[in-house]
Design a protein around this ligand. Structure first.
Ligand code: SF4
Length: 225
């Protein structure tokens, strides 16, 4: 198990403007002020493990005795032997500040700042994996991002990673959501063509969309809804 601590995060103000539909200077100044005030509360950490696939079944893979059931994950791991399960978080302090802020507008802005900080931390992990393990392209999938790989699959993922709470302070609640909520989990794997779950997700108007929906790809993966 590997732990990365003190991950530097970068918050892109242009992306903040886009996501929050900011057009006025006064709102941009508020966003900038909140970034400055909250940056010391961000404690980004990552935990990951290097695992080898034991068995490839029709719509599942087995890793360290645990089954991960997903047609999409199985297809993505066709030519892959080594995977990198992970959890990344920006920690509890930022979330506490956001939750306790009585100003709804500031709370809303902080939520987006936290999301972008978390994305930045995940990208740092991605760059670390690519450089340390001499990987070319990598892609990732997260439990709960597609109905094909539901949130219940957090259980085997956290079991695989062992004591995530002790290592980086992230635990699952009864609904299998991560606490702190500004955390992400999943599996990184090497790919020849970059894959995004968004390509198979028909949800409209999602600010987090990373790639356009492709009906033909959804058909190819056998998950056309
Ligand atoms: S489009 Fe949005 S909801 Fe769908 S997978 Fe991408 S980020 Fe998630």
């Amino acid at each position: 198990m590997e732990i990365l601590e003190n991950i530097p995060v970068e918050i892109n103000i242009t992306e903040i403007k886009r996501r929050l539909h900011i057009t006025r200077d006064v709102d941009l100044n508020l966003a900038q002020q909140l970034i400055e005030e909250s940056s010391s509360l961000i404690e980004a950490k990552a935990l990951y493990k290097i695992c080898y696939i034991e068995e490839k079944l029709e719509n599942a893979v087995r890793v360290d005795g645990l089954s991960f059931k997903s047609k999409v994950l199985r297809k993505n791991l066709d030519g892959v032997e080594r995977i990198f399960p992970y959890v990344v978080t920006i920690g509890a302090k930022f979330e506490e500040e956001m939750r306790n802020n009585p100003d709804l507008l500031k709370k809303f802005y902080l939520d987006t700042i936290g999301t972008l900080a978390l994305t930045s931390a995940r990208k740092y992990l991605e760059a670390h994996l690519r450089s340390k393990y001499a990987l070319g392209k990598v892609s990732f999938m997260s439990p709960g991002s597609l109905s094909d790989w539901p949130i219940e699959e957090q259980r085997p993922l956290f079991e695989l990673l062992e004591d995530v709470d002790n290592a980086i302070g992230v635990k699952l609640n009864n609904s299998l959501l991560m606490i702190p909520a500004k955390s992400v989990s999943g599996i990184y794997f090497p790919t020849e063509i970059t894959f995004f779950s968004c390509q198979l997700c028909p949800r409209k108007e999602c600010m987090g969309r990373k790639a356009a929906y492709s009906e033909s790809l959804a058909k190819e993966y056998g998950v056309l809804e």
